[in-house]
Design a protein around this ligand. Structure first.
Ligand code: NDP
Ligand code: OXD
Length: 310
């Protein structure tokens, strides 16, 4: 009997078992390390699964990521290359991410860090009203998450641009693309949001050069992946004052080590990779649908292109 293996170290299996069984009560679901007969495993539901593990199931038909990003799966050198990898595009995940991005942009736009610092000194701070029509937001990555955040910011009146690999036609959103478009995109961006996937092409994209191409006093918001940021370069740009403040959700090492400078930096807000976390009940129906599809010989939805890495 074919079986699905839940192998996601990041998530509580009990919540997922309930949600998946709710979506398909007949599902034969096993939770790692209780694998049983390896030949019966045809789908792995993965997130941070141990390296080399996926190659040990001889009848594997699908590696289904339990999140939007698949960098951890794609960089496993022992991932069986013939097995398709699918990711999630999910309403709750998208809504959560847009909330995070809006929260960070609005916090900076409405100068909350300054008011918080003033409150600590019982100081009545009188600041000029910010002009939303001049607060230019730039989103690196105009995919499922970047597009939703862009449209919501645009609906609030922010001038929004996106940067992607290929040109986009999203109503009201200025599109920049490719290496040539990046410096122009950065030069017009006061609030930089990174929602790129982590691939060999995007690793270290927030570095001394790109940061210097942002206008002085720009803000950096990174809920993409820690590997997008060259930490020493961001810290130097914060310390020089070129970058006013950064909100970081993801890090080169997670959990962020207690001794890392980000924790105590006065110009950094740290959140613990929690910008948007998959809600099992929301994602379970599409996962069950993908399991059905691969068992019927169909391609799964939201397939990852191994050549692009996302
Ligand atoms: P998508 O695949 O839908 O979108 C990716 C976007 O990035 C696309 O617009 C793509 O361009 C662009 N892109 C990829 N490579 C390049 C490149 N080399 N140059 C320029 N643009 C590029 O991804 P999602 O929007 O669903 O997710 C984005 C990322 O968000 C995830 O990979 C994950 O890392 C992160 N994430 C973080 C979470 C958190 O809690 N912190 C939660 C969920 C996701 P094109 O469309 O032209 O191909
Ligand atoms: C994701 C994440 O990629 O939670 O979904 O980071």
């Amino acid at each position: 009997m074919p079986a699905v293996l839940f192998n996601a170290t990041f998530f509580d299996p009990a919540l997922w078992v309930d949600a998946l069984k709710g979506a398909d009560p007949a599902l034969e679901l096993r939770v790692w390390p209780e694998v049983g007969n390896r030949a019966e495993i045809d789908v792995v539901l993965g997130w941070g699964q141990p390296r080399n593990s996926d190659k040990t199931y001889p009848n594997l038909k699908l590696i289904q990521a339990l999140g939007a990003g698949v960098d951890h799966i794609m960089r496993d050198p022992a991932r069986p290359p013939e097995v398709p990898v699918a990711r999630l595009i999910d309403r709750a995940l998208t809504t959560g991410m847009s909330e995070y991005v809006l929260l960070a942009v609005l916090r900076y736009h409405r100068q909350l860090p300054l008011f918080e610092a003033a409150q600590a000194k019982a100081e009545w701070l009188d600041l000029a009203a910010p002009d939303t029509t001049k607060a230019r937001v730039g989103i690196l990555g105009l995919g499922a998450l970047g597009t939703d955040a862009a449209l919501k910011l645009s609906a609030l009146g922010f001038p929004v641009a996106g940067w992607s690999r290929t040109p986009k036609a999203v109503p009201g959103i200025e599109s920049f693309h490719g290496a040539d478009g990046l410096p122009r995109f950065l030069a017009r961006t006061q609030f930089l949001v990174c929602l790129l996937p982590l691939t060999p092409d995007t690793r270290g994209i927030i570095n001394a050069t790109t940061l210097s191409q942002l206008p002085a006093g720009a803000y950096v918001i990174n809920p993409g992946r820690g590997g997008h940021v060259v930490d020493e370069d961001l810290l130097a740009a914060l310390d020089s004052g070129h970058i006013a403040h950064a909100t970081l959700d993801v890090f080169n090492r997670e959990p962020l080590p207690a001794e890392h400078l980000y924790w105590r930096h006065p110009k950094v807000t740290v959140t613990p990779h929690s910008a948007s976390v998959t809600v099992p009940e929301s994602a379970a129906p599409q996962i069950v649908e993908n399991i059905r599809r691969v068992r019927e010989g169909l391609a799964p939805h939201n397939l990852v292109d191994p050549a692009r890495g996302y």
